[in-house]
Design a protein around this ligand. Structure first.
Ligand SMILES: [Zn+2]
Ligand SMILES: [Zn+2]
Length: 319
């Protein structure tokens, strides 16, 4: 089958990949669409040096084989972290923190930039009938944005800052906007920042007078190691910074600053899928359309400056 394979150094388009065989309680999914996210770009740059396999973790597809027959023929999205099922994290609903976990497209498990993929059946979620497959492709990143209100209290009357003007920042702004929060978005690109005007105030991150800005809550979603430094300048003493960016490399910051000013730093990763599907189904979060490419044109997809690029892999196109 066709797919995009990471060999430890490079991403390669291949058409000789073996068909995956579901094991145990896994289902076999025919992939219709895959979404490229900045994490995939980081994997390509060496964010997961030990990973070898098919890339990609955002997908929609149709179940072709499953130990639970009720899934066969269903349109699905799926979570990316497959735990061992019996450790303390797995037993307490925190499978994504399992030490033995496999993560599709980045750790020990083939991903979705291919014609077929296998996944633990309990990680699948049915796509509501009213929602198209291309729209459902944004479930995983929207779930990541929804992780924020499940981790920190969101006060609608407290002005909040978001650092970043990319897709994840947009999804976070959408979610916080639904809470009624007053937002200020700090970004790099004027043309992208323009899209954020519907959510609140927008500011150029570079050269901003941080002395005049201060926020109880700052969400860092710039995708770059410099975002934390700006966040530390924007956050109020005893305030909270939520970190959403993952990148290859490390951030160079003065940690004593966080101690002295008693700042809480909250890491935030994957989030809940069902609320994300509900928001998409009800049209409460509306997102620009995905720009689709064929798998063999993966380099164009990875280089795309569209709000979101992805792959159209399946046998037909649903509008
Ligand atoms: Zn992603
Ligand atoms: Zn486990």
């Amino acid at each position: 089958m066709k797919g995009i394979y990471f060999d430890g150094k490079h991403a390669i388009y291949r058409d000789d990949l073996p068909m995956p065989e579901p094991m145990g309680t896994e289902s076999l999914i025919r992939i219709y669409y895959g979404g490229v996210c900045s994490t995939d770009r980081e994997v390509r740059k060496g964010y997961r040096p030990d990973f070898r396999g098919i890339m990609g973790h955002e997908f929609v597809g149709i179940v072709e084989k499953s130990p639970d027959g009720s899934w066969v023929g269903k349109r699905v999205v799926g979570e990316l972290n497959a735990g061992c099922g019996h450790c303390i994290y797995c037993r307490t609903g925190r499978e994504k923190h399992c030490l033995e976990r496999k993560v599709i497209g980045m750790d020990g498990k083939d991903g979705c930039f291919a014609e077929y993929m296998t996944l633990e059946t309990h990680l699948l979620h049915k796509i509501p009938d009213q929602l198209s497959m291309p729209e459902a492709l944004l479930t995983e990143p929207l779930a990541a944005a929804l992780q924020i209100p499940s981790q920190v209290p969101i006060h609608p009357d407290i002005e909040t800052a978001i650092i970043g003007d990319g897709r994840l920042a947009y999804l976070i702004a959408s979610v916080l906007h639904l809470h009624g929060v007053g937002l200020t978005i700090f970004g790099k690109h004027p043309e992208k920042l323009k899209e954020f005007e519907r959510f609140g105030k927008t500011r150029k991150a570079e050269g901003v007078d941080t002395g005049k800005q201060n926020f109880e809550l700052v969400v860092e979603a710039s995708g770059s190691s410099t975002g934390l430094d700006l966040a530390s300048k924007l956050v109020r003493k005893q305030g909270t910074i939520v970190l959403k960016s993952t990148y290859a490399g490390t951030a160079n910051v003065d940690m004593s600053y966080f101690v002295v000013n008693e700042i809480t730093i909250k890491g935030s990763r994957c989030g809940p899928f069902e609320p994300a599907l509900r928001l998409l189904e009800k049209g409460l979060v509306q997102l620009p359309p995905v720009e689709f490419y064929e798998l063999k044109d993966w380099e164009k997809a990875f280089a795309s400056r569209a709000f979101k690029a992805g792959f159209q892999i399946g046998p037909f196109v649903e509008s």
